[in-house]
Design a protein around this ligand. Structure first.
Ligand code: PLP
Length: 285
């Protein structure tokens, strides 16, 4: 694979970052994942805007312009011959050459920027989307600024392992009795045709796929309600699904061992997946 590190395109085996990098020592960094379908980037603008916001919230400067960022994404897609897959981007606060809790002076400490591709042929034709996924619920014990897309992913990784151990696909996190989101996706239920998902706040990541899906749903005259829901309400719902840049719209067919509806993907989730894939390809770059 050809990867990008701080201005250079290199074979992945030659790419290097300092052991003192604050991304490595302190999870002091942010990231984005953008999907590629048919060689084109899905919702690039949305991801670039959220990246700028994440950087701003952490007082980090963007090491490249957003135009440069698009060019780097396109170069990596082309150089690696990606038709379907993902582009991972990470920016960390860099390093002043030692370990220190205080932020280094940004004037003398450039941030570190790394991008790489992940080849995923047939990403949009996932058999999982046909079968639907199963989730368990776990407690949400993450920090309070989940709206910033930081690389602090230890608890979501642990949640994914709890799910695997329970023989299911993912975990929905619950705080104060209500579902926040999945380990790496936003969570939804459907009741009487109405799409219900938690409102935006600092408690969840503002999903780029979420924004697009809710917009498409409203354009298709589907009813959307942004409010909290509990696991009990979810288990009794007609349908459930998740959204993310890598899974698009993915039906959920089981929560904590209880089958939803017929135990197969529901019509609203299926339709939204179709609409999302059709519509987002039209604006892909
Ligand atoms: N919520 C969390 C915690 C995530 O990690 C992600 C994606 O990585 C999402 C939601 C979905 O966001 P997006 O649709 O922008 O991929």
């Amino acid at each position: 694979r050809t990867v990008y590190v701080n201005g250079d395109y290199l074979p992945e085996t030659e790419a290097k970052v300092s052991i003192f990098d604050r991304g490595f020592l302190m999870a002091d960094g942010v990231y984005e994942v953008t999907s590629v379908l048919g060689g084109k980037l899905i919702d690039f603008d949305g991801h670039a805007k959220r990246l700028e916001r994440s950087l701003g919230e952490l007082d980090m400067a963007a090491p490249v312009t957003m135009d440069d960022l698009l060019e780097i994404h396109r170069q990596l897609v082309a150089r690696n011959g990606i038709t379907d897959g993902l582009v991972y981007l990470q920016i960390t606060r860099g390093s002043a050459g030692d370990r220190d809790f205080a932020f280094p002076d940004p004037a003398t400490t450039p941030s570190t920027i790394v991008l790489f591709t992940q080849n995923k042929p047939g990403l949009a034709q996932s058999p999982q989307a046909e079968a639907g996924i199963k989730v368990i619920s776990i407690e949400d014990i993450r920090w309070g600024r989940r709206d910033i897309k930081t690389v602090q992913l230890l608890y979501p990784s642990m949640g994914k392992m709890m799910a695997k151990k329970a023989g299911v696909d993912d975990a929905w996190m619950v705080e104060d009795g209500f579902v926040t989101e999945g380990t790496s996706n936003n969570a939804y239920i459907v009741k009487g045709g109405k799409i219900i998902t938690r409102a935006l706040s600092t408690e969840i990541l503002h999903g780029i796929t979420r924004a697009a899906v809710l917009r498409f749903a409203e354009e298709a005259q589907m009813e959307v309600e942004e409010r909290n829901f509990s696991i009990e309400e979810a288990k009794a719902a007609d349908e459930a699904f998740i959204t993310s840049a890598s899974s698009f719209v993915m039906p959920v067919v089981e929560i904590d061992g209880a089958a939803l509806g017929a135990g197969t993907p529901g019509p609203v989730a299926r339709r939204l997946r179709e609409i999302y894939l059709d519509e987002s390809l039209k604006t892909a770059v």
